[in-house]
Unconditional design. Structure first.
Length: 542
């Protein structure tokens, strides 16, 4: 039965997603990573790095992905250029990078030219928690060709970065077949080409061993050092330091750049810049990261920390602050002071004898609660939204024009749909930063089924038979929605005009309206080949 309704809502939203796998060498020495090991003619090549990121997947605690290769496919009939390659693969927890980018590796010798696709090879996927925890997660073919949202152009002497945003929620599919389901991992990856200026500015941590200290001036104060990363397949990185870079020594005190020596294991906090890592802090020796809650007493030189459950140590510790200890909140916003009841992440050294923790960094974490959306009430200057808290009870929050409302992994939530949040219990995270800052992150719902009718080209609506009710779902494809077609050997970006009747489609978004006026507004949609999925399962059953 088809239930067609009219639509008159105009809205555009750009589904911007990111996942980051950086293919990375060094700026000046010891870090280049040629695809074939030959010496290249100077000036014929550019640098390409890969970044990796992901949004949350609430059903899973961890999703371990083992990547064996990332390469670029030229527009011409040339061989692929390998950016990262490892026989055993690099195994990482995809969900660890839900709020940050991961810097993997850089190839400094990529031939100048235009590249059409990114090829990603995955050895295996493992899940902890969620419906696929006890199952083997199948990775069809083990490789996937990805189309970027803009051309990959490598210019002479220039550096570009390719960010791979692997959407975990959209990639793992529990496909019902026979008496038991089968888990299939078909990566849904959004590919963005980025310049140096567009790189994320939030600092991240990398670890490794100092394998070369560079002191060009010979004054005993190095300008950079080469870091051999803890995982050999990630290669080396040139780390740049300056007068502002803090050096935190093994004994828990601050030192200077001359304290750096070859063979030291270090943890570096900084950002990627032009194929190098710009360090704001270097911790010599093993650094301990400890999450917890600030307890009394608190002053400018120390505070008591109650470690969170599951941390490396249990019981209160005294955190010692130096005048140079980094205090910040959010991405990298300087904080004036630490206060009682704050949630913090402390990086530094622990003296187990007197249970004193000497802090190099104190990151004040945002206060966060989660739950599902409830009633919405319009008020002067905004809305009151009731949250049914996961921990029990409810909380009523006030939403104004300054409140940032994001769709997890899929861009910003449209303001004129706030009132419709009461139609469905959408999962939401409420994040309170320092001051009065407030952010909501809402997980979209999905509509999945066969396209049975293209209703209106002008209004960009389709009818989808979900098989769950007698009435087909009316779906509005938003003007700037991101579409990915996974029916061929290579995934490709598609638009509304590429959607055909009979295709299997999964749409991610939110319901607007009720009853016969209900329609599903989608910001990301995935076109799939239903027959291909069934064939894969049938092969397993044979």
């Amino acid at each position: 039965m088809k239930c067609r309704v009219g639509l008159s809502w105009e809205l555009g939203i750009l589904a911007a997603c990111l996942l980051v796998l950086l293919s990375f060498g060094g700026c000046n020495s010891g870090g280049s990573n040629s695809s074939d090991g030959d010496v290249k003619a100077e000036g014929s090549y550019g640098k390409v790095g890969i970044l990796l990121t992901d949004g949350p997947a609430d059903e899973y605690s961890h999703i371990w992905v083992t990547v064996t290769e990332v390469s670029l496919i030229p527009s011409e009939k040339d061989d692929a250029v390998v950016i990262f390659s490892s026989d055993e693969g690099y195994r990482f927890d995809l969900l660890q990078y839900r709020d940050e980018d991961f810097f993997l590796k850089l190839n400094e010798e990529v031939p100048v030219g235009t590249y059409e696709k990114v090829r990603l090879k995955i050895l295996k996927v493992e899940a902890e928690g969620g419906p696929c925890e006890e199952m083997e997660i199948k990775v069809p073919s083990g490789k996937i060709d990805l189309n970027p949202r803009s051309r990959i152009v490598v210019e002479e002497g220039a550096t570009i970065y390719i960010r791979l945003d692997i959407d975990a929620d959209k990639s793992i599919n529990l496909h019902e077949a026979g008496e038991s389901g089968k888990c299939i991992f078909r990566p849904v990856v959004f590919v963005d080409v980025m310049t140096r200026e567009a790189l994320p500015k939030c600092p991240t941590l990398i670890k490794g061993t100092v394998c070369g200290v560079n002191d060009k001036n010979g004054d005993g104060t190095p300008e950079s050092f080469t870091l051999k990363r803890d995982r050999g397949c990630l290669g080396n990185i040139d780390v740049r330091i300056n007068d502002e870079t803090l050096i935190f020594k093994e004994d828990g005190s601050f030192g200077c750049a001359s304290d750096l020596e070859e063979g030291q294991h270090v943890t570096v906090r900084g950002t990627v810049d032009d194929g190098c890592f710009e360090a704001t802090l270097v911790v010599i020796g093993n650094a301990l990261c400890l999450k917890g809650t600030v307890m009394e007493p608190v002053d400018d030189t120390a505070f008591t920390l109650a470690p969170s459950s599951g941390e490396a140590i249990a019981g209160d510790v005294t955190v010692i602050l130096d005048e140079r200890t980094l205090l910040f909140s959010g991405c990298n916003t300087p904080a004036e002071a630490v206060e009682a009841d704050m949630k913090v992440l402390v990086i530094g050294k622990l003296d187990v004898t007197d249970r004193k923790f000497y802090a190099a960094v104190v990151h004040i974490k945002a206060d966060e609660v989660s739950g599902t959306t409830g009633d919405v009430e319009k008020a002067d200057g905004g809305y009151y939204l009731t949250i049914n808290l996961s921990a029990g009870g409810t909380e009523r929050i006030f939403i104004t024009a300054d409140t940032r409302i994001a769709i997890e992994g899929d861009g910003l939530f449209p303001e004129d749909m706030i009132e419709f949040l009461s139609l469905y219990p959408y999962h939401v995270r409420v994040i309170r930063g320092c001051g009065d800052s407030l952010e909501l992150r809402i997980t979209p719902e999905s509509v999945r089924g066969e396209v049975v009718d293209i209703c209106s080209i002008l209004e960009r609506t389709i009818l989808v038979d979900t098989g769950e009710t007698d009435c087909d779902a009316t779906v509005r494809i938003m003007f700037l929605a991101t579409g990915i077609d996974t029916t061929g050997e290579s995934d490709r970006l598609v638009s509304f005009s590429d959607i055909d009747e009979g295709q299997l489609i999964t749409c991610y978004g939110f319901w607007k309206g009720t009853g016969d006026e209900a329609r599903f507004c989608t910001f990301v949609y995935i076109v799939k080949d239903q027959q291909c999925e069934i064939d894969e399962d049938d092969e397993d059953d044979d």
